[in-house]
Design a protein. Structure first.
Length: 273
């Protein structure tokens, strides 16, 4: 509990900044939805999308243009990009969890306490996971509010709630995976200052792999290397959750956490003198 309070005091400023911009962007993008739902826009979408190559439509989740005229379909389309930012945040939280003590010179104090390295890893993992959970729940609540405010006439909010809950539940496992991988990186990277680069490289690198897997049929097998594609919002609305990918996220999270314990228990901590 002390670790959670300490992490909250240290990280709440950054958390609030991330939430402010994420919620602001989400709100602005959802405010554009009423424009999408008129007949003129439907004709434009149909004409323009039919002219695009099928591979391009698949890559950017535009295979079902009509869904953009529904609140949940439109949200699923815009949220695929906001989710990339959420994955970057999760990776950064994980990557900063352990290394920041060494970077800030506070590892001496932490290691002088009557606490084992295993307990340090456990407390840091849980404390930052709680911050990630708060981040995700605020986004979930904001999404429901904005969709309710801007949904099309006649749309059943109960069905919207079901669809959005499905999206956030599945994507929470992908976030957990990125967080756990970032946490593993925190056991061996040199400084917390490199965490932003690690997060950007990991998330956008796997995202680009996912695009290639969708645009080039011969490379479709590469999708397994792109966790951001495991719970794609638009795909889930049409096909439901891919449980095999969710299992990969769970197993991957457990394996990376186990490796984190192993590496940190044998690590030579950098003490500043």
């Amino acid at each position: 509990m002390n670790s959670i309070r300490l992490e909250w005091k240290q990280e709440r400023g950054g958390l609030f900044v991330w939430l402010f911009f994420m919620v602001l962007i989400m709100g602005l993008m959802m405010a554009m939805f009423p424009v999408m739902s008129n007949q003129g826009m439907e004709d434009i979408l149909t004409t323009k999308l039919d002219a695009m190559p099928p591979e391009m439509l698949e890559a950017f989740s535009l295979t079902n243009g009509a869904s953009l005229l529904e609140a949940t379909g439109y949200f699923a389309y815009i949220f695929q990009y906001l989710f990339l930012a959420a994955c970057i945040f999760a990776t950064m939280k994980g990557a900063q969890a352990l290394i920041k003590e060494e970077t800030n010179g506070t590892i001496e104090y932490l290691y002088a306490q009557p606490i084992s390295r295993k307990a340090i890893v456990t407390s840091k993992y849980i404390a930052n996971l709680v911050l990630l959970l708060i981040f995700w729940l605020v986004l979930y609540g904001s999404a429901l509010v904005f969709i309710y405010l801007f949904k099309e006439d006649g749309a059943a909010f109960v069905e919207i709630l079901k669809d959005i809950s499905l999206i956030f539940a599945a994507e929470s496992l992908v976030l957990l995976f990125f967080y756990s991988v970032g946490f593993l990186f925190s056991t061996f990277i040199a400084s917390s200052r490199s965490t932003s680069g690690v997060a950007l490289l990991l998330v956008f690198g796997t995202y680009m792999i996912g695009l290639v897997s969708k645009m080039v049929e011969d490379y479709e097998f590469l999708r397994v290397l792109s966790p951001v594609e495991y719970a794609h919002p638009a795909v889930m609305l049409e096909e439901g959750i891919s449980w095999e990918y969710m299992l990969i996220c769970i197993i991957g999270s457990l394996l990376t956490l186990g490796l984190s314990y192993l590496i940190y228990s044998r690590k030579d901590l950098r003490i500043q003198v």
